[in-house]
Design a protein. Structure first.
Length: 349
C-alpha cells in the first residue's frame, strides 16, 4: 500500500463515504474540534458547525474536542482559556449541537488520550513532522520559534481522532495533510503491533467559505469577523465600518470589489438568496443601503441562536455539567482504547 494518498485519492474516499453515509450513518464516528482561542463566528458556523449538526442529526456518532492543549502550540498564555471553553460549549449548544448525541470534551481532561502521543510519536519521522505545511504556516504566523508542541501537534490531532476510533473527519482541503498523517499513524500501528485503529477519511465539506467583512478569510485576528455572541448593535457597528468603495452601483465582483462582495455573500448566506439578486435589488442605492440590508439579514438570521445563547449564559452550572459529562464519557472511551494499545504492544502488566 502506498504511503502517500494523493488529493484525488482522498477526494474519491470522501465521495464514497458521503454516498454510504446516507445509507448507513451509524457506521460512522465523526471527530472534529476547535481551539478555544475566542468566540465562534459566522465563518465557523457556515464552514463547519452546520455540517456537524447535520451529521449529528443524521445519526452519525459525533464527537467534538475543545482542543485546549492546542492553544499553547503558538502562544504562551492560557489566561482566557476557562472562559473561552465555557463559551464554546454555549456556542455549540446554541447552534444545535445536542450533548445527548454529541460528546463534547476537552483535551486536558483526558489523560489516556494524551498518553497515545507516546507510541504515536514513535511512528513518525522528524522529516515528516517538518514537512507538514500547516505547521510551517502556523510557525511563520506566530512569530515564535517552533515549539515542540507545534511541531508535533498533527500527531496530537491523530490522538484526538483515533482515541475514539473516529473514521470521518469533516475538513477543509488545507487540513488534508493532517488526515494523511493520521492515516499513516493508524496504518503503521496496525502493521507493527495489532489492528486496533481505523484509517479515517477526511470528509471534504463543500466549504461555504464566508469571507470576512474585508473580503479576506474571516478570522478574529483580522477584526473582520461577526461573532455569534455579538449583540445586534455590535454587529451593526462592525458592518457599518467595513470598507467598501466609492462606486454607488452595487455589483458582485469578489476580485475587484472585495468589500462590497463580502457583504453580498454575507447577506446571501443569511437569507438564502443569491448575491446577484441582492445586488440588483440594491442597485444604485449604494453601500449604505447594502450595509443596512446585511445588518438586518445577519441579525435576523442569528436572532434565535443569540436568544438561546442568552438563556444558556444564565445557567453556567448547566454548561459545566455538560462538559463534565462529556469528559467522563471521553475518559471511558480513551481508557478502553489505551488498554487495547497497551495489550497490542505487550505492555499490560
Ligand atoms: N486544529 C483544529 C483547529 O484549529 C482543531 C482540532 C483539534 C481538530 N483536534 C482536531 C480538528 C482533530 C479535527 C480533528 O480548528
Amino acid at each position: 500500500m502506498g504511503t502517500t494518498d494523493t488529493f484525488l485519492a482522498q477526494k474519491k474516499m470522501s465521495d464514497e463515504v458521503k454516498a454510504d453515509l446516507a445509507k448507513d450513518p451509524s457506521r460512522y464516528i465523526m471527530l472534529t474540534g476547535d481551539r478555544p482561542t475566542g468566540r465562534l463566528h459566522l465563518g465557523h458556523f457556515f464552514g463547519t458547525i452546520k455540517e456537524r449538526v447535520r451529521l449529528q442529526d443524521a445519526g452519525v456518532h459525533t464527537n467534538i474536542v475543545i482542543a485546549d492543549y492546542q492553544v499553547i502550540t503558538d502562544r504562551d498564555t492560557t489566561a482566557d482559556i476557562h472562559d473561552n471553553v465555557l463559551n464554546m460549549v454555549i456556542d455549540y449548544l446554541a447552534c444545535g449541537i445536542d450533548p445527548e448525541k454529541t460528546m463534547i470534551f476537552t483535551h486536558s481532561a483526558i489523560p489516556p488520550l494524551n498518553q497515545l502521543m507516546l507510541p504515536f510519536l514513535s511512528l513518525v519521522s522528524e522529516s515528516e513532522l517538518l514537512r507538514n505545511p500547516t505547521v510551517k504556516a502556523e510557525k511563520d504566523a506566530s512569530g515564535h520559534a517552533l515549539t515542540g508542541l507545534l511541531l508535533t501537534y498533527p500527531v496530537h490531532q491523530a490522538c484526538d481522532i483515533l482515541f475514539c476510533k473516529g473514521n470521518i473527519v469533516p475538513v477543509g482541503k488545507d487540513q488534508l495533510p493532517h488526515i494523511e498523517q493520521t492515516r499513516q499513524i493508524a496504518r503503521r500501528f496496525n502493521e507493527r503491533f495489532a489492528p486496533v485503529f481505523p484509517e479515517p477519511v477526511g470528509l471534504l465539506t463543500e466549504a461555504v467559505e464566508i469571507p470576512g467583512l474585508d473580503g479576506r478569510k474571516m478570522s478574529k485576528s483580522y477584526g473582520n469577523a461577526i461573532s455569534l455572541s455579538a449583540t445586534e448593535e455590535e454587529t451593526a457597528k462592525l458592518i457599518k465600518k467595513s470598507k467598501t468603495d466609492p462606486e454607488r452601483m452595487i455589483t458582485f465582483d469578489p476580485d475587484e470589489r472585495p468589500g462590497v462582495s463580502a457583504l453580498l455573500t454575507t447577506a446571501a448566506l443569511t437569507t438564502g438568496r443569491s448575491e446577484q439578486d441582492i445586488a440588483e435589488e440594491i442597485g444604485d442605492a449604494g453601500a449604505g443601503a447594502l450595509k443596512a440590508y446585511v445588518t438586518q439579514s445577519v441579525n435576523g438570521y442569528l436572532a434565535p441562536i443569540r436568544e438561546r445563547r442568552r438563556e444558556l449564559e444564565r445557567d453556567i452550572p448547566f454548561i459545566e455539567d455538560i462538559l463534565y459529562e462529556g469528559n467522563e464519557r471521553a475518559l471511558c472511551v480513551a481508557q478502553a482504547t489505551l488498554d487495547e494499545v497497551r495489550d497490542a504492544m505487550g505492555m499490560s502488566y
